[in-house]
Design a protein around this ligand. Sequence first.
Ligand SMILES: [Zn+2]
Length: 388
Amino acid sequence: MKKSTPNLMSMLHQLIAIPSMSSVNPSFDTSNRAVIDLLACWYEALGFTVKVMPLPRQPHKANLIATIGPAQEHGKNQGIMLAGHTDTVPCEEKFWRFHPFRLTEQENRLYGLGTTDMKSFFALIIEAFKRFDASRFKQPLVVLATADEESSMEGAAMLIQETSLPVRSAVIGEPTGLKPVNAHKGMIMNGIRLIGRGGHSSNPALGLNAMEFMHQVLGELICWRDDLQRRYQDNRFAVPVPTLNLGHIQGGDNPNRICDQCEVHFDIRLLPGMDVQSLHDELHTRLKTLLAGTEIDWEFFPLKQGTPPMLTAKDSRIVKSCELYSHAAAHAVAFCTEGPYLTKLGIDTVILGPGNIAQAHQPDEYLELSSIQPCVDILAKLIAEHCL
Ligand SMILES: [Zn+2]
């Protein structure tokens, strides 16, 4: 009756064969629904109760929550959640040696888009789960598969109203070389637009030069960055301060015309303990003060939903378990994950998965074959500890 899923290699082939790219650029964006339906089918066959949750703003995409083991009694159980995202970044096929949607085994590696970041993880969970008789579980095992991690993070963000996550601990299988990660920075991307008035350059009084006001705004941003770096430091990180990168600027059209509009885009990498909303408020106040009494129109806007920073206490049970089974100390990384959305739900979260972040978002993404068995072993130990 149960455990009638395909073998591991067949599952990996199928997961990679289905495109599930997400992008803020609609021409590269595809649905993840076919991957979700495939996972729903496999996990249901294994006896899991499966819930497919379409995203509110993009109903053609969905999250999946698969649960097995005793139902929740009082509040959260000790069980464990194994989580990941089903979408990948887009790819440019012409830069690939191998077909991105055909799993190719070569050089002791599995090549394909999503092999390491991170569709394979869902097949490895099944491989670990098959070692158990779930009727013996005393605590639940929950598998969470999200949509849109690589673009809007809407899949993770919608979990905020989710009550069917009856666990206190989670592991997200992003590529960390099977070493546990308990902290990462957050990221926000913002823009500032200044609107002045165009006019003939021969007489400055004919217009209001947005580029000249932008000069002041850039100065203020750099001054604010220095201030943030004085106020916040965290030596867990290779770059131990929050960063603010001026990444894009655009304005004006011609040397002999007064610049009527100028826009800058920048990102901020936040340390744990820094709050997205308070930072927005702080910058807004600074800009208001800076531009008060001028005629320039200005707008401060987010370019995409920000990701908060994550920090899970070193002495939490899940960090200790992951350190024990991976034989590695928990550490901090620079990339963002869906972890902070889970910690917000009261779930202690560690990032630990096969493959290396250096292979993610690259042509010829691959997963080392040698990382598969160790990963399955770690997952089986986590399930045994938290569910039996
Ligand atoms: Zn990822």
